[in-house]
Design a protein around this ligand. Structure first.
Ligand SMILES: [Zn+2]
Length: 147
């Protein structure tokens, strides 16, 4: 695994994030912050069945994207979710779950078709969205939960 370079949305500084459990955020449960200006960076990780519960133990809402490589609508949705996570840096964590590699978590939350996006607050699912979504639709569904 390689470090991921993320540009700070505020000052533009390049930040090198170390991979952790297949993701690209620190394991401390705290959102990554810019090394230069300290503003929050987009928090995006690739989750696993084994570490899934821990991904939810953070002080911000967690949006989980259940996807697969062969799923065309998933490929359309992925950049929308990343952009949204970038806009909500410091207020939202995005966890990507590949359902082929992590079938247990998908089964646990009864994911029957993908993409399925579930928003968790305090470890509990509060909103479920199925199928490709525009950013406006996503915002409409999630703003009541993430502010
Ligand atoms: Zn910065």
């Amino acid at each position: 695994m390689q470090d991921t370079v993320v540009s700070c949305p505020r000052c533009g500084a390049k930040n090198r994030l170390k991979p952790d459990a297949g993701g690209r955020a620190p394991a401390s449960g705290r959102a990554p912050a810019c090394g230069k200006c300290r503003s929050p960076l987009p928090w995006v990780v690739d989750g696993t069945d084994i570490g899934f519960r821990r991904e939810l133990e953070v002080p911000v809402p967690v949006l989980v994207d259940f996807w697969a490589e062969w799923c065309a609508p998933c490929r359309v949705t992925a950049p929308v979710l990343e952009e949204y996570a970038g806009e909500l840096a410091g207020r939202l964590k995005l966890v990507r779950m590949n359902v082929d590699r992590n079938p247990a978590t998908a089964g646990q939350f009864h994911v029957q078709s993908i993409p399925t996006m579930i928003l968790f607050r305090d470890g509990r699912p509060v909103e479920t969205m199925i199928g490709a979504l525009s950013k406006n639709a996503l915002r409409e569904r999630l703003t009541p939960h993430v502010g």
